[in-house]
Design a protein around this ligand. Structure first.
Ligand SMILES: [Zn+2]
Length: 394
């Protein structure tokens, strides 16, 4: 049970830190940076490191690759017994620095605007001020870690952050991933996986005038494959997987039979089992040859695994929801969504994790992005109480 005493302490803390939280979010948003802008992201990493050290966390900056921004992590109570409680997130955004002018952060009518203000610098702000509160309140029962990556929006391509996620979440009590909450108020317990496939058809080049019959038209063969691949998607709307041929290129000149055609395919799956079923059907489509003399390859080029609603995930969600109900919080329920997040890697490790624990807002990955300033205070209150309820996660 959350005590009245704790709630009063949090109330005082929030009043005291109201300005500091907005300042923290403002500075974080104004630092900007997307993957590929390492100088900007290094400034953000430096800012976080400094802030972590300010509140006495044992802090580490972990390099994950030459092109990739590092992981910034810090832990409160590193020597406390028991398993770690983790707050995870990413400090990269999808917006190029300067795309909205200098110092793009502003507040209007209770909403904060700026690149990444919702996805997910609001969540980083919440997590930081939760851990700061725990330190000031003298919470020493368990280690509590902040763990922020800088290359989430490109699914950690070219670096080893995924391996670091696996290492850091192998034996934890619970993790809260600080992606933004929707305005409808649910926490997230499932996300579809996203897999990119490349389909390549090899044909035989020939002159379409005097050697027409020697040619094997790769575009024609691909046309059959495209129809077949699209048809792999089940008709019902609550489907377990979907296949979308997104781009197609082939041929070089109009007066030649094309010997090459490739298509890029986006596949969304609800589970690993769904991926298996879907991939098998796609392979069957590609194995059938319509024009003799052509060959077809199907290559998986970029995987983002599904965030499965495991028993561990639902347990963790149940605890947070119960705490929210007890303190009159704003969590309305649970939700499964389409887009992917790092919660998937944590759940796949068998760990307890809840996603979308961050700021409430809308229009992520969009110039109109905002988050509600009040939702930051509300989430700090919820997650301080949730950490104090840590035995319920066992
Ligand atoms: Zn995000």
């Amino acid at each position: 049970m959350v005590s009245e005493y704790l709630l009063e302490k949090i109330e005082g803390y929030l009043q005291e830190n109201q300005t500091a939280m907005v300042d923290f979010l403002r500075d974080l948003v104004n630092l900007e940076g997307k993957h590929g802008e390492k100088a900007h992201l290094l400034k953000t990493a430096g800012f976080l490191r400094e802030k972590f050290e300010e509140i006495g966390l044992a802090t580490d900056v972990i390099e994950v690759g030459a092109e990739n921004a590092p992981i910034v992590t810090g832990v409160l109570n590193p020597d406390a017994p028991g398993k770690e409680i983790l707050f995870t997130g990413h400090y990269d955004t999808v917006f190029a620095a300067g795309s909205r002018g200098e110092k793009p952060f502003y507040i209007e009518d209770g909403k904060a605007y700026g690149p990444g203000v919702c996805d997910m610098k609001g969540g980083i702000t919440i997590a930081y001020f939760v851990v700061k509160a725990l330190g000031e309140f003298g919470f020493t029962d368990a280690p509590v870690r902040l763990f922020f990556v800088g290359d989430e929006e490109v699914n950690h391509q070219g670096g080893n952050a995924i391996a670091q996620f696996k290492a850091f979440t192998k034996d934890i009590l619970v993790a809260f991933n600080m992606e933004n909450r929707y305005e409808s108020g649910e926490l997230c317990v499932g996300r579809k996986g996203c897999y990119e496939f490349k389909c390549i058809v090899h044909g035989v080049a020939a002159h379409p005038g005097h050697a027409y019959d020697d040619g094997r038209n790769a575009i024609e063969e691909m046309s059959h494959k495209v129809i077949g691949l699209q048809a792999v998607t089940p008709k019902e709307t609550d489907r377990d997987y979907s296949v979308n041929v997104g781009t197609i290129t082939g041929g070089t000149v109009v007066n030649g039979v094309p010997d090459y055609c490739e298509a890029m395919i986006d596949v969304r799956v609800k589970s690993f089992a769904a991926l298996d079923a879907c991939q098998k059907k796609m392979e069957e489509v590609c194995a059938e040859t319509f024009i003799e003399g052509t060959t077809t390859e199907l290559i998986l080029s970029d995987p983002m695994i599904p965030f499965e609603s495991t028993e561990a995930v639902l347990h963790a969600y149940g605890v947070v929801k119960a705490v929210s109900d007890q303190i009159g919080g704003t969590v309305t329920g649970s939700i499964s969504v389409g887009g992917s997040s790092d919660a998937a890697y944590i759940a796949a490790n068998g760990a307890k994790v809840v996603c979308q624990c961050g700021a409430t807002g809308a229009f992520t990955h969009n110039i109109r992005e905002y988050s509600h300033v009040d939702s930051l205070y509300e989430a700090v209150r919820l997650f301080v109480c949730t950490v104090y309820s840590y035995p319920l996660f066992r």
